[in-house]
Design a protein around this ligand. Structure first.
Ligand SMILES: [Cu+2]
Length: 340
């Protein structure tokens, strides 16, 4: 199919200007180039209007993705995608109203499949992103249209790439784990819920430089419920080796303290000390020592559960400019690692 057929009726058929890569990007639903038979496939529909109850008895809306071809989770964050190194993956977006994309963050796929509208296209109907992950680790996917807003609104989910043999190892022949937990940290600003999909996209001042989060969340659980909710609390037995996949999906600097020694075995989907990266090696963060992740960063932490006990995990959400804890010091979430 010729390019002008694929993009007929969109900006691509017209004169290419600065706006073509700004606020008037290509909108298209083209066939996937070099399409293969996938080893694994996901169909994700765009969803709006999920109102989550907040601890102060209000509600806050999130946008998200949910399964298109299997029972809905009706949950947030969006479903976790799990694949294996070397698999051909098809991840299809179903975007019924407006345009959106799926960017599989950190996988470095081909530009046509990267889901970054400004360098490829936004999807108004459906498009199948095709890629083949070659580094096991922790990733995430998110909408990359008017990204600052759509990501804050919640259009993201975790993406895990296992080694070829499946879950249980960091990489092929690498360290093992027996218990796994994802901690996905986020902070929500109610004011941003009043903004339109396109807000700020074409140069107008929508106030996207002002971010004052009021709610602080671990894997979909609002603090302070994070101390008891099983989505946040880690449970293990003595002798287990716990893998925590920590993603900073907030717009804060995330300062974390764990009450137990943890070894960082992977950063941003790249395992430390793997055979093809002999210049790197895992490193230990001693108990109660703070470490910081900026937005979109991931640490994979291994913890040896060698004694029974309850170990705290404390997350502080720091303002980028002032480095103070958000919401007048209330921008904190706590949870626990319970070893029995
Ligand atoms: Cu979007």
């Amino acid at each position: 199919m010729a390019d002008d057929e694929i993009f007929e009726g969109t900006a691509a058929a017209e004169e290419v200007t600065f706006d073509t890569f700004g606020c008037d990007v290509f909108q298209a639903n083209p066939p996937t180039p070099d399409r293969l038979t996938p080893d694994v496939r996901f169909d994700l529909g765009v969803r709006f209007g999920l109102d989550l109850p907040t601890p102060d008895r209000r509600e806050i809306e999130v946008w998200r993705f949910d399964w298109e071809d299997r029972p809905q989770t009706n949950a947030w964050p969006s479903p976790t995608l799990r694949v294996r190194q070397g698999q051909v993956v098809h991840s299809t977006i179903h975007s019924r109203s407006n345009t959106h994309t799926i960017h599989h963050h950190g996988l470095n796929v081909t530009p046509f499949n990267d889901g970054v509208g400004h360098t490829s296209f936004e999807v108004s109907g459906q498009y199948t992103y095709q890629f083949q992950p070659n580094e096991p680790g922790t990733y995430f996917y998110h909408c990359h249209k008017n990204t600052v807003l759509h990501f804050e609104m919640g259009m993201y989910g975790l993406l895990i790439v296992d080694p070829p043999e499946g879950p249980g190892r960091i990489y092929q022949g690498g360290p093992t784990y027996t218990v796994e937990k994802a901690w996905v940290l986020d902070d929500l600003d109610p004011r941003w819920r009043d903004l339109d999909h396109q807000a700020g996209l074409c140069g107008e001042d929508a106030g996207l430089d002002r971010f004052n989060p009021k709610y602080f969340v671990v894997s979909g659980v609002f603090a302070p419920n994070t101390m008891s909710d099983p989505r946040a609390v880690v449970r293990a037995r003595v002798g287990d080796r716990i893998l925590i996949r920590l993603l900073n999906a907030s717009y804060s600097i995330l300062r974390t303290r764990l009450g137990v020694n943890a070894t960082v075995v992977s950063v941003d989907g790249r395992a430390l000390g793997r055979p093809d990266a002999p210049w790197s090696r895992p490193f230990v963060i001693p108990a109660n020592e703070a470490f910081e992740l900026t937005s979109a960063q991931r640490y994979d932490l291994l913890i040896d559960a060698n004694q029974a006990g309850t170990f705290n995990a404390r997350f502080e959400f720091l303002d980028w400019v002032t480095r103070r804890i958000h919401d007048n010091g209330r921008g904190v979430a706590n949870t626990r690692i319970v070893v029995t």
